[in-house]
Design a protein around this ligand. Structure first.
Ligand code: SF4
Length: 205
């Protein structure tokens, strides 16, 4: 995969990198990860006092070593308006995953939007409405008007029990916030729907 990403080498996490405890954004298992960020113009070194792992990276590491990360766990993102290196790697001290990462969680860093590395440039910036056989960007006013009119039609021709919404509810960190805050406010705060069907596992339909 490193070859496919055109990744030649990855920076060593410096000893003074910022460290955060994060939860995987994708499913309700809630695996624990560590996120590290540090300024774009810095990197650590192989000596124990120069890197976040506190080990001599100039030597062959044990087979179970935590002192590594994969290209999928790396990106360059904005933090407080500045470009920073980002590593998100499984937390070996988390009782849920004990340092293991799934094919989704272990890609959280590369799945961040980045103008430097070009990842996730296709992120949504406008609501999409299915019109004429394709998803088309539209305004929030138009999208909410459509929701209101469909909802009113369902309720007036049937009842509130006929109204069912489908949403996905991937908990955890940014995923939970980005994916469910808006739908939660709309469906449960404003519309007060009684019936919802959620998708919340990696393998659920
Ligand atoms: S998607 Fe994978 S890494 Fe993320 S919480 Fe679920 S099992 Fe853990």
């Amino acid at each position: 995969m490193a070859y496919k990403r055109q990744t030649d080498r990855l920076p060593i996490i410096p000893a003074d990198a910022q460290e955060f405890n994060v939860v995987c954004r994708y499913c309700i298992v809630g695996c624990g990860y560590k996120a590290y960020t540090w300024p774009i113009n810095k990197q650590g070194g192989p000596a124990p006092h120069e890197n976040k792992f506190g080990v001599d990276l100039g030597r062959q590491q044990d087979i179970e070593t935590e002192a590594w990360y994969a290209p999928s766990m790396y990106n360059i993102v904005k933090q407080n308006g500045r470009d920073v290196h980002l590593v998100v790697k499984p937390d070996s001290n988390c009782v849920v995953n004990s340092g293991l990462g799934s094919i989704r969680g272990a890609r959280m860093a590369e799945n961040r939007p980045s103008r430097i590395t070009g990842s996730q440039q296709q992120r949504l910036t406008d609501p999409l409405v299915w019109r004429n056989g394709t998803w088309q960007p539209t305004s929030w006013d138009d999208a909410l008007d459509l929701v209101a009119r469909v909802t009113a039609r369902v309720i007036t021709e049937g009842s509130e029990d006929d109204l069912v919404v489908s949403m996905f509810d991937h908990g955890g960190s940014a995923g939970g916030y980005e994916n469910t805050w808006g739908t939660g406010k709309l469906y449960f705060g404003a519309m007060k729907v009684k019936n919802a069907r959620i998708h919340n596992l990696t393998c659920s339909p």
